[in-house]
Design a protein around this ligand. Sequence first.
Ligand code: ZN
Length: 243
Amino acid sequence: MIRVLVWNEYKHEQESEKIAAVYPEGIHGAIAEFLGKEEDITVRTATLYDENCGITKELLDETDVLIWWSHIAQHLVPDEIAYMIRDAVLEGMGIIFLHSAHHSKPFRYLMGTSCNLTWRESDDSEVLWVIDPAHPITRGIDRYFTLPAEETYGEPFVIPNPDKVLLIANYSSGEVFRSGVLYERGNGKVFYFQPGHESYPTFRVPEVQTIIKNAVRFVAPTYRQVITCPKVRKITDDGPYLN
Ligand code: ZN
């Protein structure tokens, strides 16, 4: 079983009736609902409002894949929690950052860049083009799929060159954006996926759910271990490590 933790900031849904109408169960609840139907996935949820922001070392140790949605309260996640998440990824925990989590502390600490982009809320439609149809994360998606309305995210997206670009979006306004990008960081895999603005029911779109489910399985750890910096013996001596 792949143990998933869906973390959501959960402010918009509680502070705006309009957003609560789109996601009465919270964005975390909507994601947990479709992931929970998968036989090989178990789901827990946490939010900013939980004790310790819903993140502890023990919880991360029991998590194979962390899914992170955040927006207006990025600064309320303490640095020590963001670094704890980064370190769990370096050990091997998989992580999926959704939409405005491009500006979350854990994503920025893993990327090492500003992760800035251009944006606009103007109900543009969005076409997501599959760049790598052979990749496990795009399995089951046709050449492209369309979202009737999304927040427009545009280039330049200030990220390191991705290991793989899986999806590129173009919007009805003309902007383009690298909407699905993949990285390895230490032993861990990182997937950033752009759709998911809080005022649209994007997480109910079948293709979006398929990509998130595929991504959970792809970034799940195959090896999880802290890699330290030990002083070692010559390979001709007995035993590899000097204690
Ligand atoms: Zn947004």
